[in-house]
Design a protein around this ligand. Sequence first.
Ligand SMILES: NC(=O)c1ccc[n+]([C@@H]2O[C@H](COP(=O)([O-])OP(=O)(O)OC[C@H]3O[C@@H](n4cnc5c(N)ncnc54)[C@H](OP(=O)(O)O)[C@@H]3O)[C@@H](O)[C@H]2O)c1
Length: 241
Amino acid sequence: MEPDQQAIYLNEYALGGRLTEESFSVRSRTLPPVPDGGVLLETRYLSVDPYMRGCMTGLDNYYLPQFDLARPLHSVGIGRVRESRNPEFAEDDLVVGSLEWSPVSVWHPAEGATRRPGGALRRIERSTIAPSHHLGALGTTGITAFFGVLAVACPQPGETFLLSSAAGGVGTVAGQIAKLRGARVYGMTSTAEKRDVLVRKLGFDAALDYRSPDLVDELRDLMPNGPDIYFDKSGAGSGRR
Ligand SMILES: NC(=O)c1ccc[n+]([C@@H]2O[C@H](COP(=O)([O-])OP(=O)(O)OC[C@H]3O[C@@H](n4cnc5c(N)ncnc54)[C@H](OP(=O)(O)O)[C@@H]3O)[C@@H](O)[C@H]2O)c1
């Protein structure tokens, strides 16, 4: 039997208020035995994603279930299989799926049928690609960017493609895909360091500070008629001209 493990819990829902450090606690818990079809996982990486905030509101109008206050927080993560009672997974496999915020957790096959992001556990091949990329460009972040750009926005060569939250997980991938499609890509983000990465490392055509008092003039200089596509990830709404 595994010794007791520490895990991170949400103490109470925000219910329209702010979440603070006091909203969370580290508690000790006893791990359940590994069920038939389940695996014992050692946590390697956990993704901290914006959707999680919506699961902490206590409101039932969100597209995902609220976190259970009696259970540790969970999110998509990478784990190493320490013990397996599932023929699809062997000891030492690296897997991606929904992991509890604890150094060790038990993945139950029933998770595969839930609406938890990453509910179904999937083995990842060991390769020269860092496992953490399966939480980024090779994971839901990359998939979101891929379909958002190629199935919805569909930028054409020479079109202007403006992104908010450009230096975030989705934005960095979306901007690069639009660039590969031949668009002129302009990203908005907060700091000079992030803007430098967008232009120098990721090949964006320009990066702008969305808090700058000169933003409107800068946008007009780049796109006198406005962008052909606005790819928004901060809540205002994407669109095509
Ligand atoms: N990641 C996924 O797999 C996924 C899947 C589906 C949907 N989404 C949605 O896509 C959006 C972006 O997700 P992400 O994973 O890329 O997030 P992220 O990596 O956490 O990036 C979010 C960025 O938004 C910027 N931001 C925060 N507040 C802002 C404000 N008030 N105005 C403008 N920018 C602000 C911040 O960068 P700066 O302020 O420095 O620019 C922040 O780094 C979220 O709404 C998320 O729910 C994500």
